[in-house]
Ligand binder design. Structure first.
Ligand SMILES: [Zn+2]
Length: 470
């Protein structure tokens, strides 16, 4: 009897028995499942280090080694109070036992985006264990009620403001460029009232709410636990309608058109008076040897949204490096025709890949698109095009690899410019790839159905230095 008790205790405590990981599935979707190894958890204050993994149904090819893999393990430190994650190591495996590659990562703390692997693991490891289901449900109801009241108040205020002239919703920069889902409701509401000073998004900066919409099936209102620091459970999906209703659109034609952007709001002033604005006609550059851009792009799941100004896509964990600096990919989006000209010539379309360094510097890689053969990368995106504006689509198992969008020649033009959408902030490093890539007429037509013209007119280059890679 005694032996039996000991045996069952041991069985219940697998971590006591050996150091081998005990994988527990925390999320299962078509094509993949997400698991964590509970024996790996190391807690220290608000921080939890955990080992998680994605197990795919189908093998992918590792871009670095060319070997197939199906399991991606990651050792990550999660900060439960700030919802930041810092991945320390990534391990690619062909199966349980066959190692493909290990990657030590010298990353910094990054905000965890909703719906990602990190999001799921973070929710799991940061969840306080004691709350009963009933308690959680009650808190969810309370939080939803508070949120609705706050939104109603905001909506009223914004609508009142919108009736006055020159009012535009000020909300460009709450998130510092990287979509933050640290849902501090108070900050959200406050920044929606007062113009934020430093806009950082290159396009469609005026819709932060789109980042807050939780598209995963888990989007039901989550409980905020005011007594603790775990505000991360609060989703702001419900804040969006209020912000949208209050928003007066800038546009590419009509009253909201580019010639009026500066007048729409004081914070767009630089759209009118700036002297380093984008786009420009790229010509008369000095021909020099430019440092190659190091693209650290990898197959990633994505989130695609029609934000009312363009089609915009967000991917996790992609970056570029240049002059010793790393810029994380924030989002990319499309313009038709290309905003930039090269030697007086416009292209059919352009993709702007917006990256941001830790210090907040923006670097935009522009890939020009010209009519030709069908582009598989773009086709995958178009296949998943959202049916409605501001309703993001996050295909759970479809991966895109930005490496396949880049032209084969990596030469580029570079100059300092601005965001090409209000508030037109300057200090943006532009990297315009010289070689265009092809996209089919059908693919252009599909985009045209949504946005026939979403290109800002050419701005004076005012003697700016343009470099052209030889
Ligand atoms: Zn753009």
């Amino acid at each position: 009897m005694r032996q039996l008790i000991i045996a069952s205790l041991l069985a219940a405590l697998p971590w006591a028995a050996s150091a081998a990981p005990t994988w527990q599935t925390i999320s299962s979707e078509p094509g993949k499942r997400i698991e964590i190894d509970r024996t790996s958890l190391k807690r220290e204050g608000n921080t939890v280090q955990a080992q998680g993994r994605v197990v795919l149904d189908k093998e992918l090819t590792d871009v670095k080694s060319g070997a197939p893999y199906r399991v991606i393990e990651a050792i990550t430190r999660y900060d439960c109070s700030t919802r930041n994650a810092n991945t320390i190591k990534r391990i690619y495996k062909r199966n349980e036992n066959e190692l493909v590659r290990e990657e030590e990562i010298n990353g910094s703390d990054l905000p965890v985006r909703t719906g990602t692997l990190d999001d799921k693991v973070l929710r799991e490891v940061c969840r306080p264990p004691k709350d009963s289901q009933a308690e959680i449900a009650q808190k969810a109801n309370e939080a939803a009620g508070q949120l609705k009241a706050a939104n109603d108040a905001l909506l009223k205020k914004e609508l009142a403001k919108a009736e006055k002239p020159a009012a535009i919703k000020a909300s460009d920069a709450e998130h510092g460029g990287i979509p933050s889902i640290k849902p501090n409701l108070k900050t959200q509401m406050e920044s929606a009232r007062a113009p934020a000073p430093t806009p950082v998004r290159e396009a469609a900066p005026s819709k932060p709410a789109t980042y807050l919409v939780h598209t995963a099936p888990t989007a039901a209102p989550k409980a905020k636990r005011p007594a603790r620091q775990e505000g991360y459970m609060l989703e702001l999906a419900q804040a969006e309608p209020a912000l949208q209703h209050a928003h007066i659109h800038w546009d590419y034609e009509g009253v909201g058109g580019p010639e009026n952007w500066a007048k729409l709001d004081a914070k767009n002033k630089v759209c009118g008076i700036g002297e380093r604005q984008s786009p420009i006609d790229i010509k008369d550059g000095i021909k020099v040897d430019l440092e190659p851009i190091k693209f650290t792009y990898r197959p990633s799941t994505f989130r695609i949204v029609d934000n009312g100004h363009t089609i915009q896509v967000e991917l996790g964990e992609n970056s570029i490096s240049l002059t010793g600096k790393t810029y994380e990919l924030v989002q990319f989006h499309f313009h038709r025709p290309s905003e930039e000209k090269v030697n007086g010539q416009r292209f059919d379309m352009v993709v702007h890949l917006v990256h941001k360094s830790d210090e907040g510097q923006l670097a935009v890689v522009a890939v020009l698109l010209e009519r030709g053969t069908e582009n598989p990368f773009i086709q995958t995106l178009w296949n998943n095009m959202p049916l409605e504006k501001n309703s993001p689509v996050s295909p759970p198992t479809t991966l895109v690899d930005l490496n396949t969008l880049l032209p084969t020649a990596r030469n580029y033009y570079t100059y300092m410019g601005s965001l090409t959408t209000p508030p037109c902030s300057e200090g943006v490093l532009w990297l315009v790839m010289k070689q265009p890539v092809q996209v089919s007429q059908d693919q252009i037509n599909i985009f045209s159905r949504l946005y026939r013209n979403n290109a800002r007119p050419i701005q004076p280059s005012s003697g700016r230095l343009i470099k052209e890679g030889r």
